[in-house]
Design a protein around this ligand. Structure first.
Ligand code: HEM
Length: 225
């Protein structure tokens, strides 16, 4: 039977996140005039991350952090193939996948925050760089370009490799549920709430995140936008 597992706001968040991270990588590598779009996709990422943080507390069942963040013991048990949960409770992120979800959200957040304080000493400067010393800005820039960037490549690569592994080896299509919201599962699984009321609330949260991003953008970027 079909059961809703990912609510619409979470799915839209996911694909918007993937799109913005891609745009940020391409524009960051291109430099020059493309930096305008690098800044804009960074500001969009602020709105998305604010949404995901709040959704992790008040979103539907499988979007909530407390329902998928697991300790090392649960992860080890899962890896050994010894998952004590009955089948109808094995929905949402699995204990290992949840590690990659948290890591992805954390590195993208660090990348955005470090970008706000970074500067390239020529044309571009994040909007908050003027509020810290040159040395501090240089540390943020070092993180943004030398640590965060390869970390994001590695984690996104791992993420996509894991999804390919599930598709090819375990014959489990994880992408379709991230598009349609539904999985085929056993009876007894509680569906995720995905009402228009909740979707409206999600829109308000994204709007609040967008307002925060706009306000940050007005604080003083140079070269940037
Ligand atoms: C072709 C590209 C991508 C595909 C096919 C893809 C697919 C998926 C799928 C199927 C899931 C659900 C996994 C599960 O069942 O537990 C997922 C979750 C997730 N993906 Fe991707 N993904 C892609 C790109 C990205 C990128 C670029 C990022 C960002 C850096 C990203 C970040 C995430 C996050 C944070 C989650 C957890 C969703 C949440 O609970 O917030 N993905 N992805």
């Amino acid at each position: 039977m079909k059961v809703r597992v990912w609510d619409l706001p979470l799915r839209l968040f996911h694909w918007a996140l993937a799109a913005c991270v891609t745009v940020s990588i391409v524009t960051g590598l291109s430099g020059g005039n493309a930096m305008q779009y690098h800044f804009w996709s960074g500001y969009t990422l602020i709105a998305l991350l604010v949404f995901r943080l709040v959704w992790g507390v008040i979103g539907s069942q499988h979007a909530r952090f407390r329902n998928f963040v697991r300790g090392p013991r649960a992860v080890l048990r899962y890896v050994r193939g010894d998952d004590p949960r009955p089948e109808h409770l094995r929905v949402g992120h699995n204990p290992l996948g949840s590690l990659s979800v948290i890591a992805l959200l954390a590195v993208v957040t660090l990348q955005v925050v470090s970008g706000l304080f970074a500067n390239d000493e020529i044309f571009n400067q994040g909007p908050l760089a003027i509020y810290v010393s040159n040395r501090t800005s240089a540390i943020f820039t070092f993180y943004h370009t030398t640590i965060g960037q390869p970390l994001i490549y590695a984690l996104v690569g791992l993420h996509i490799a894991a999804i390919a592994y599930y598709a090819l080896v375990k014959r489990q299509n994880l992408v379709r549920p991230m598009l349609t919201g539904d999985i085929d599962t056993v009876a007894g699984v509680t569906p995720a709430r995905d009402t228009w009321g909740l979707r409206g609330l999600a829109l308000l949260i994204v709007a609040a995140g967008g307002a925060l991003a706009w306000w940050i953008s007005t604080l003083g970027s140079v070269g940037g936008y």
